[in-house]
Design a protein around this ligand. Structure first.
Ligand code: ASC
Length: 150
């Protein structure tokens, strides 16, 4: 095959792939945010039991969970894209899109609390870790109270 033809075909295929990736359906955004939030719950849940003393503090497990959480908590926000407020099966309240600044402020606050939790985990600081689990839970709740339907 002539190299120019090869380049043209490659460019065409890349163009198609980019178009498909650039415009997911609204339902896919809902799935993106629900998946990330669901994984956040999966990795945060057991830490609640640690904070309550129902499960012993284990530094390696705490580091693993919080390392995942630091990344996961960055993910759901792109799923709340414009035009996805009524898509799929969502508990997201329309206020998310009406009060974007406040929603972002609460999302950022939660990520900051999770980052602190990860620091206490790496330091093996059990007492502060347990206290910080409460702060993280509070930051989840702050957003759910205002922006998640019952
Ligand atoms: C979790 C989870 C939430 C939050 C929230 C904190 O583990 O799944 O939605 O914590 O209950 O108030």
């Amino acid at each position: 095959m002539k190299s120019l033809t090869r380049i043209a075909i490659t460019a065409g295929l890349l163009g198609l792939a980019t178009t498909a990736l650039a415009q997911p359906k609204p339902e896919a955004y809902v799935k993106e945010r629900q998946s990330a939030l669901s994984l956040m719950g999966w990795y945060f849940g057991p830490l609640g039991a640690v904070a309550k003393g129902e499960k012993p503090f284990n530094k390696d497990e705490a580091v693993r969970a919080t390392t995942f959480l630091v990344q996961l908590t960055k993910m759901p926000w792109e799923g709340f894209a414009a035009g996805t407020d009524k898509a799929g099966n969502t508990k997201a309240r329309p206020e998310i899109w009406a009060k974007q600044d406040d929603f972002k402020k609460k999302a950022d606050a939660m990520q900051a609390e999770v980052a602190k939790l990860a620091q206490y985990a790496s330091a093996g600081d059990e007492a502060n870790f347990k206290k910080q689990v409460g702060a993280v839970g509070g930051s989840c709740k702050a957003c759910h109270d205002d922006y998640r339907a019952k």
